[in-house]
Structures are given as structure tokens and as C-alpha cells.
Ligand binder design. Sequence first.
Ligand code: NDP
Ligand code: GDR
Length: 372
Amino acid sequence: MTQQKIALITGITGQDGAYLSEFLLKKGYIVHGIKRRASSFNTQRVDHIFIDHHNPKAKFFLHYGDLTDSTNIIRIIQETQPNEIYNLAAQSHVQVSFETPEYTANADGIGTLRLLEAIRILGLSNKAKFYQASTSELYGKVHNIPQTEKTPFYPRSPYAAAKIYAYWITINYREAYNIFASNGILFNHESPLRGETFVTRKITMAVARIAAGLQECLYIGNIDAKRDWGHARDYVEGMWKILNHTQADDFVLATNRTTPVRDFLIMAFKFAGIEIEFFGTGIDEIAKCIKTGKTVIRIDPNYFRPTEVDILMGDYSKAKYELNWEPTINVEELCKEMVFADIKRVNDSLSQSDVKKKTVEELSHEEGGFLS
Ligand code: NDP
Ligand code: GDR
């Protein structure tokens, strides 16, 4: 009987951590994840796969830790003895990295070094494969598209500068210590689990609230930026394929299509049954609902970045030919899934608040009106 494989995922509470955990558990892996201590629950994305560790069927385990703390990383790797380590943890918001550049460098850059050093110190160089969550943000100012594994980098944010260190230190540890260490250069990938402050999710949440009459207008930044958007479900499969390739290497995962934020907005509103039209230019540009004439989108310069990445579009040919990986979900399907999921969330919370309201009213009636 072959031994069950063990995976360790940093950033397990994030979007990709949740999809990757599900994917690996379905493949029969034992999955360990590192979560940060927080003052409120931060495991919502993985709660549905958690089984109490006293249960003999449990294959999913969470450990407290932080990429800024080497001793705890060494201990967790020693205790879990993983065959595959997926480093997904990061301060992953580009705009926030301009506000917290030092922390971002520490967690996203040096954090990667801490993991690689732990593998080396523990003598696991021949046992533990290492996946680094590299990013299309590395291309930054490069406008020649589509971008490939050979396109030069030009980072445009503290986030990208930290990630470029992580990219190169991963390659260095592969070459210096023969660790199976690979970079996935992933272009933007989204899902209904996407963090609420990334542009796609910010849009689909606002669209759902505007459609329900809970919000009037969405304030947004640079709508001329263009991104290559895929679905997180496809991309976590690519991560696994990268680590299960015959040799360690670096791969672009993308869709080879680019879409302006403006088009994503039009699409998202349309999926909620709202046709919009843009007027004006620059920061005075607005969008109105064609039916009601109400302004539903305004530009807020606060969301503009000090340095922007104008256009991203990835060529995933290498992954296609060497890993047999291809994206299966296009941007329209992605957008529709996200809009519908947020409409459902809004409707569920509205019906819950109706239930609560009714309960309070009923209680008030039953108790002789003491709540009124
Ligand atoms: P998320 O922001 O959804 O998740 C990030 C995860 O990292 C969370 O679990 C977060 O914990 C954790 N984390 C943050 N800082 C630390 C720290 N100091 N120590 C330990 N854990 C930490 O990101 P995604 O899932 O979208 O992305 C996963 C990875 O892939 C990231 O590294 C990101 O930079 C990279 N990437 C993402 C792309 C995308 O389009 N999604 C594209 C290319 C690369 P908590 O929940 O407590 O905040
Ligand atoms: P990005 O994603 O910076 O590409 O990084 P984000 O969704 O934040 O921005 C995409 C583009 O939209 C523009 N934009 C706005 N962005 C946000 N967040 N909020 C707004 O209101 C807004 N208005 C316009 C941005 O300027 C940008 O051009 C994501 C992250 O997941 C990174 O971790 C990852 O490495 C890259 O994708 C690939």
C-alpha cells in the first residue's frame, strides 16, 4: 500500500488555501495548514472541511503560526514532515503593500526564505517539495503581452518587490541545495471566496447590494487597468501539477485573455439584470443605470495606486504542454458565478434579518410588549 501523502499549506485560511485544501483532500492527502491567531474567527473558508481531530477520520489539521516567526515554522515542518509544502501565505493586497511595505517584505519575502531554510536545516531537502506562490505582479511595468516565463520583470509595488525576492530565493535554493522548489507565476484568479477588497469581489458584492436596493453607488479606482482573470479552482490544480511534475521548474498559469476593469463592471451589473452606461472621462467618469438614470458607479482617486500595473495577459503554453494544464472557466463564467453567489448571500442575510425581525416582534407580542 502506498503511504498517504502529507501536504503543508501556509495561507490556508485564504481563497487559494481553501480551494487547494479541498483539492488535496479529494486526492487522498493529509492536509496540515498554518493559520494566524486572530481576535475573531478567520477560518470561515475552511470550516466546512474541518473534522474534529479526535475523530480517527480527521485528515485536515490546523496549526497556529506566522511567516514572520522562524522558530514556529521550523517546529511545524518538523512535526508534520510534509512531502509537499505550498507557500500561499502573504500580505497579498497590492495597494495595502504601499501602506505596510516593511511588513509586506517581511511576510512575503523573508517569510519564503524562512520556509526554505527550515527545509534545509531539518534535512528535508530530498523529501519536501516546495511551491512558491509567485505572481504576474512581477511583470509590473512590462507592456509587451502576452507575458511568459521568459518575460523580464519590473515590479511596481512593495508587494511585487517582496515577491520578486521570494521568486529568486526559491530558484536559488533549488540550484544551491537541490530542493524540489518551483514557482507558479499565477495571473489573477478569483472566485466567490475572493477577499472582499480585491476589485472583482468588491464589484460583485456591490452589484448584489445595489440590485437589492441596499446600496446606491459603487466607488472605485482605475477602471482602465486590464487583468487576465481566471478561476481559483483551476489554478490550485495547476499548483499541484507543478509540484508533481518530473522536475522542479517555473510555470505561468493564466488564461491568455485580458479584460479591462470597466468591462468586468458592465458584465457584473448585467448578470444582476442592470444595464449601465458610462459618461464623462478621468476621475469625473460615472456610470448610470439605463433604466432608472441613477448613478451607480463613481471614481474615487483614493483607490488609485502610486504606481499601477496597466496590463496583464499570460501565455500559459508551457504549462499546457509540460503539465497538461489548461484553464476551464472563462471570465464571463467566473463573473456570473461570483455575482450569483453574492446575490444569494445578500438574499440569505435579508431573509435571516426578516426572520430575526419576526422573532423580535413575536417575542414582543408574547411578552406583553416589553421590547417595544
Ligand atoms: P489571500 O489574501 O486570500 O490569503 C492570504 C493568506 O495568507 C491568508 O490565509 C492569510 O491569513 C495568510 N497570511 C497573511 N500574512 C501571513 C503571515 N504573516 N503569516 C501567516 N499567514 C499569513 O490570498 P490568495 O489566496 O488570493 O493568494 C494566495 C497566494 O497567492 C498569496 O501569496 C498571493 O500573494 C499569491 N497570488 C495570488 C493571486 C490571486 O490572484 N489570488 C495571483 C498570484 C499570486 P489571514 O486569513 O489570517 O489573513
Ligand atoms: P491586483 O488585484 O492588484 O491585480 O492583485 P486587485 O483586484 O486589487 O486590482 C486589480 C486592478 O483593479 C484596479 N482597481 C481596484 N482595485 C481594488 N482592489 N479596489 C478598487 O476599488 C479598484 N479600482 C480599480 C487596481 O488598480 C488594479 O489595477 C491581485 C492580488 O491577488 C495579488 O496578490 C496577486 O499577486 C495579483 O492579483 C496577481
